[in-house]
Ligand binder design. Structure first.
Ligand SMILES: NC(=O)c1ccc[n+]([C@@H]2O[C@H](COP(=O)([O-])OP(=O)(O)OC[C@H]3O[C@@H](n4cnc5c(N)ncnc54)[C@H](OP(=O)(O)O)[C@@H]3O)[C@@H](O)[C@H]2O)c1
Length: 235
């Protein structure tokens, strides 16, 4: 087995995902930057390559199971193992001031398809490559909005999808323990991106930090947890 460290990040053409790619590549990983839009993904990859980073683009729409299947096959042709999978791609479709009393099923279903089922299907498909790592890691980019201990009435479809993503984290951590693959959720905090808006309190560098820490420095037996700022937080 090669000792080259390999990572894959979803939804990485901009925002927190792009910064995660930059940080992991800077830390010595070869990173597969994935995006649903090939042009945006290629452009983002090329900028990082120009900075001397080892980044390759692969197209992936996490809401499309055929796209996930294609990605898994293509990845297996390019690498014999995967050390880190970062499920970062996410959407927030809820209208401002939307309420759980009125949220439409279609908004919930579309949000779950991208934010919850996408990561679930991708993990399932990439387990064979993660198993071939010495220490496979899955990092799901969740949100404090999905925290059951602090549940409010903001963005109901989005928050539901992140609570469910956290459940995926717990189940996958249990299911993959024997394969020595760790699985954790993180909340990046409120980050200045297209999703977070310009008033958010954190930079993308801060938002990506806990992901990079989990990928590089965290205790190797840390699994089935929810973290913010490198610290375990309640579900
Ligand atoms: N920003 C915050 O304050 C905040 C707080 C808590 C959690 N988060 C989470 O952090 C993650 C990144 O968010 P962000 O703030 O960086 O948002 P962002 O700037 O809107 O970026 C979201 C990324 O996800 C991609 N994406 C959406 N649907 C996709 C799909 N079906 N397949 C593949 N990629 C898809 C987008 O691609 P396109 O460019 O093609 O749309 C984009 O690259 C999300 O999971 C979000 O829920 C963010």
């Amino acid at each position: 087995m090669t000792t080259e460290k390999i990572a894959l990040v979803t939804g990485a053409n901009k925002g927190i995902g792009l910064e995660i790619v930059r940080q992991l590549a800077t830390a010595g990983f070869k990173v597969f930057l994935t995006a649903r839009d090939s042009q945006r993904g290629e452009e983002a990859s090329q900028k990082l390559q120009q900075d001397g980073l080892t980044v390759e683009f692969l197209q992936l729409d996490v809401a499309d199971e055929a796209s996930i299947d294609r990605l898994a096959k293509e990845l297996a042709s390019r690498t014999n193992h995967l050390d880190v999978l970062v499920n970062n791609a996410g959407i927030l479709l809820d209208a401002p001031n939307s309420s759980v009393l009125e949220v439409e099923s279609e908004v919930i279903l579309q949000t779950l398809q991208t934010n919850t089922l996408g990561p679930l299907r991708l993990i399932q498909k990439l387990v064979p490559l993660l198993t071939k790592s010495n220490a496979g890691k899955v990092i799901n980019v969740s949100s404090g909005g999905g925290q059951l201990t602090d549940m409010g009435n903001w963005a109901p479809a989005y928050c539901l999808s992140k609570t469910a993503l956290n459940a995926v984290t717990g189940m996958m951590a249990a299911a993959l323990k024997d394969k020595h693959i760790v699985v954790n959720s993180i909340c990046p905090g409120w980050v200045r991106t297209d999703m977070g808006g310009s008033n958010a309190s954190r930079s993308v560098q801060q938002g990506a930090d806990t992901v990079t820490w989990l990928a590089t420095e965290a205790p190797s037996d840390l699994t089935g947890k929810f973290l913010r700022d490198r610290t375990v937080i309640p579900w």
